[in-house]
Design a protein around this ligand. Structure first.
Ligand SMILES: C[S@@+](CC[C@H](N)C(=O)[O-])C[C@H]1O[C@@H](n2cnc3c(N)ncnc32)[C@H](O)[C@@H]1O
Length: 334
C-alpha cells in the first residue's frame, strides 16, 4: 500500500474493506462450492442459495470483476482457482485456512478495545482448548502446504540427521524437509491436539514414518533430546522478548556446538521497525489474539540470539515466494 498523504488516499485506504468483505460474504454463502464445475443463471443460483436475485447479482458481478467468477451472457461459472481452492468439494480446497480468515473479520472489529486494553478481547493463539487447537492446526496446514515444499527445495539440510520442528503444529514443514532429505529424521513438538492433526497428515505421507511426536508445553517444561537442526517457524511472534530469550536458551541446550537454529518469522527489516507493512499488520493480529505477542526486527532477534548462546547469525537469501514471509528466515549457529 502506498503512503497516505491526502484525504483521497485516506478515504481510499479505508474503503479497502469493501473487497475483503465481498470475498468473505462469498465464503459465508459457500458460493464457490455451490457453483462447483457448473454454469449457473442468476435465478437458479439465487434459488439454490436462498439469496435475493438482486443481492446475488451485485455480489457475483463484483466477484467476476476480480476474476473469481467468469461471466458470460448473464451466466456465471467459477474461475479455475475458485473451482479448486475455494470449493469444498474439490481435493485442492484449503477451507480450514479460509475459515480462520472468515472468523477474523469479527475479531478485527474489536481492535479499538484491544488497543485500549493492550490485550485481546477474544482468546486466540494461546487458547489450549482442543477443538480450537485442531481447527487452528488444520488452518496452518492449509496455509503452508504449498510454501513448505518450495522452501524445503532451497534449504540445505544435507548434513543434518535430526531436526526438531518446535511449535511445528501440523508438521507441514517437517514433512516437506523429510521428503526432500531421505536420511533425515524429524520430531514435531507441540500441544497434544495439534500433534493429533500432525499424525493424521503424516499418515497420508510417504515419509510419515520418519516423523516423531513430542507433546509438550515448551515454555513450561525443558525440551528433551538433541538435534542437529531446530526449525522454529511462526512461534516467536506469540511471545514477549523476555519469553523468547528464555526459549532460545532452551533451544541452545538441545543443539550440539555447530548445530543450527532456523527461524521463520514475520521480521521487521528496517532501522525504525516500520517495514514491511505485512509484518506490522501482523503485529496487530498478535495484539488481537495474544497476551504478549508482537513482531520483531531482525536486529532485535539477532541481539537475543547473541545473548543466548548463538553466533554467526545470518538472514538466508531465498527466492521470492519461498517462505511464509519475504526475507523471513534467520539462521544462527550454536
Ligand atoms: C502460528 S503456529 C505455527 C505452526 C507452524 N510452525 C507453521 O509455521 O506453520 C504456532 C504453533 O506453536 C505452538 N505453540 C505455541 N506455544 C507453544 C507452547 N508453549 N508449547 C507447545 N506448542 C506451542 C502452537 O500450538 C502452534 O501450533
Amino acid at each position: 500500500m502506498a503512503t497516505i498523504r491526502t484525504f483521497q488516499d485516506f478515504r481510499d485506504a479505508i474503503a479497502g474493506y469493501r473487497l475483503p468483505r465481498i470475498l468473505l460474504t462469498a465464503l459465508d454463502l459457500d458460493l464457490f462450492t455451490a457453483i462447483g464445475a457448473q454454469t449457473w443463471s442468476l435465478a437458479s443460483l439465487a434459488r439454490h442459495l436462498r439469496a435475493s436475485p438482486r443481492g446475488l447479482e451485485i455480489l457475483c458481478r463484483n466477484l467476476a470483476a476480480v476474476g473469481l467468477l467468469v461471466k458470460s451472457r448473464g451466466r456465471y461459472r467459477n474461475s479455475l482457482f475458485a473451482e479448486t481452492v475455494l470449493n469444498a468439494k474439490h481435493a485442492g480446497y484449503r477451507g480450514d485456512y479460509l475459515k480462520l480468515l472468515q472468523g477474523q473479520w469479527d475479531d478485527w472489529s474489536t481492535l479499538t478495545r484491544s488497543v485500549c486494553l493492550g490485550q485481546p478481547v477474544v482468546a486466540g493463539e494461546e487458547l489450549d482448548e482442543t477443538a480450537y487447537r485442531r481447527q487452528f492446526t488444520w488452518a496452518m496446514h492449509h496455509r503452508s502446504m504449498d510454501v513448505a515444499p518450495r522452501l524445503a527445495r532451497q534449504l540445505d539440510l544435507l548434513r543434518a540427521r535430526t531436526l526438531l520442528d518446535l511449535g511445528g503444529g501440523p508438521g507441514t514443514y517437517a514433512l516437506a524437509f523429510l521428503k526432500k532429505n531421505l536420511r533425515l529424521r524429524a520430531t514435531v513438538c507441540d500441544r497434544a491436539p495439534a500433534l493429533a492433526v500432525a499424525r493424521e497428515i503424516a499418515e497420508q505421507s510417504p515419509v510419515g514414518q520418519h516423523l516423531s511426536y513430542l507433546p509438550l508445553d515448551f515454555m513450561k517444561a525443558p525440551i528433551p533430546g538433541r538435534y542437529d537442526v531446530v526449525w522454529l517457524s511462526n512461534v516467536i511472534h506469540i511471545y514477549s522478548p523476555a519469553e523468547n530469550q528464555k526459549l532460545l536458551r532452551k533451544i541452545a541446550r538441545v543443539l550440539p556446538p555447530g548445530g543450527r537454529l532456523l527461524i521463520q518469522e514475520a521480521f521487521l527489516h528496517d532501522h525504525n521497525g516500520l517495514a514491511p507493512l505485512g509484518a506490522n499488520l501482523f503485529a496487530v493480529t498478535m495484539l488481537l489474539f495474544t497476551d504478549r505477542g508482537n513482531t520483531y526486527s531482525v536486529r532485535e532477534v539477532t541481539d537475543w540470539l547473541m545473548r543466548t548462546g548463538f553466533q554467526r547469525v545470518s538472514l538466508l537469501n531465498m527466492k521470492a515466494g519461498t517462505g511464509d514471509w519475504e526475507g523471513g528466515i534467520l539462521e544462527a549457529v550454536r
